[in-house]
Design a binder for this molecule. Structure first.
Ligand code: NAP
Length: 268
């Protein structure tokens, strides 16, 4: 029997928790469907989309590193979120047209909702797709000042323009002053070097948000916790962005996307 399905494409994808999340919701909601992960090489992206376009069971895909920026050129259109952010993390098939959107922004928005970014001095580490989604949120939330630290500083400068240029850029490192510090690089992820950034000049009520979710408590978050700062881990964003994508793929929002049972499953 043909089963409706969605999937994650990227390279690597083996570490991804997306299949666990989407399958959990499919089971919970009694929807017959599947969610898979598919590793694609750079030359395979165009052929993949051409094949899926005519597959009636394919509901769409999530896109991860390193294709979030380049996939847009292969689609029939991108919606205003993805256009403003300059990255696509979700592709849906709308009546034969492949449309790119970006649910990472909503993931950042909902993960930061309890904390808020309005009026804050923010230090953002990274200038890739996830950082772009964060900048869209910081722009909309009217953060007061943004410093972007990135290995390639030219990318940080370009990204700062999307915030209206109010801020500064620099290399990764140092001991920045901030009310909100966000890591949007893979530094600190299992198998990657730790993120070398000091926390001694953060304000007393500062929040540290690490988008990395493997491990859930990175060295950065462990240090932030020791210093008494509020912390937000990568799972919050992951689950919220997935819930938006799930709604696109399967037509209904999952119930209580941040349920403790799902969190427990993902943390194990
Ligand atoms: P991306 O577009 O490839 O961008 C990667 C960013 O990390 C770039 O700024 C890059 O700097 C920097 N970087 C990579 N390796 C580095 C290294 N060894 N030293 C210093 N900087 C390094 O990737 P992305 O999609 O933005 O993802 C970034 C991270 O966010 C990943 O860990 C991903 O898992 C995480 N993420 C989490 C969620 C979630 O829901 N929790 C969602 C999306 C992404 P250059 O510009 O110099 O290359």
């Amino acid at each position: 029997m043909a089963v409706p399905y969605a999937e994650l494409i990227g390279d690597p994808v083996a570490h991804s928790k997306s299949p666990t999340i989407h399958r959990f919701w499919l089971r919970e909601m009694g929807i017959v469907g599947d969610y898979r992960a598919l590793r694609l090489g750079p030359d395979e992206l165009a052929g993949y989309l051409a094949r899926r376009r005519s597959d009636p069971d394919w509901r769409g895909c999530n896109v991860t590193m390193p294709y979030k920026e380049k996939v847009a050129d292969l689609l029939d259109g991108v919606d205003p979120f993805a256009r403003r952010i300059g990255a696509v993390n979700t592709v849906v098939n709308r009546d034969g047209f492949l449309i790119g959107t970006n649910t990472d922004w909503q993931g950042v928005n909902l993960a930061l909702e309890p904390v808020g970014a309005a009026g804050k001095r923010v230090v953002l580490i990274g200038a890739g797709g996830a950082a772009r989604a964060a900048v869209e949120e910081l722009r909309q939330a009217e953060a007061a000042h943004l410093t972007i630290l990135n290995r390639s500083e030219d990318k940080a400068r370009d990204l700062l323009l999307r915030f209206g240029g109010r801020g500064a850029t620099g290399p990764v490192g140092g001991d920045p002053e901030a009310d909100l510090l966000i890591n949007a690089t893979p530094l600190g992820m299992a198998g990657q070097p730790p993120l070398a950034v000091g926390l001694s000049r953060l304000s007393d009520a500062a929040t540290v948000f690490d988008m990395v979710y493997d491990p859930l408590e990175t060295e950065l978050l462990a240090e932030a916790r020791r210093r008494g700062f509020r912390i937000v881990d990568g799972l919050a964003m992951l689950v919220w962005q997935a819930s938006m994508a799930f709604t696109h793929f399967f037509g209904e929002p999952p119930p209580g996307p941040d349920s403790p049972r799902l969190r427990e499953l993902l943390a194990s």
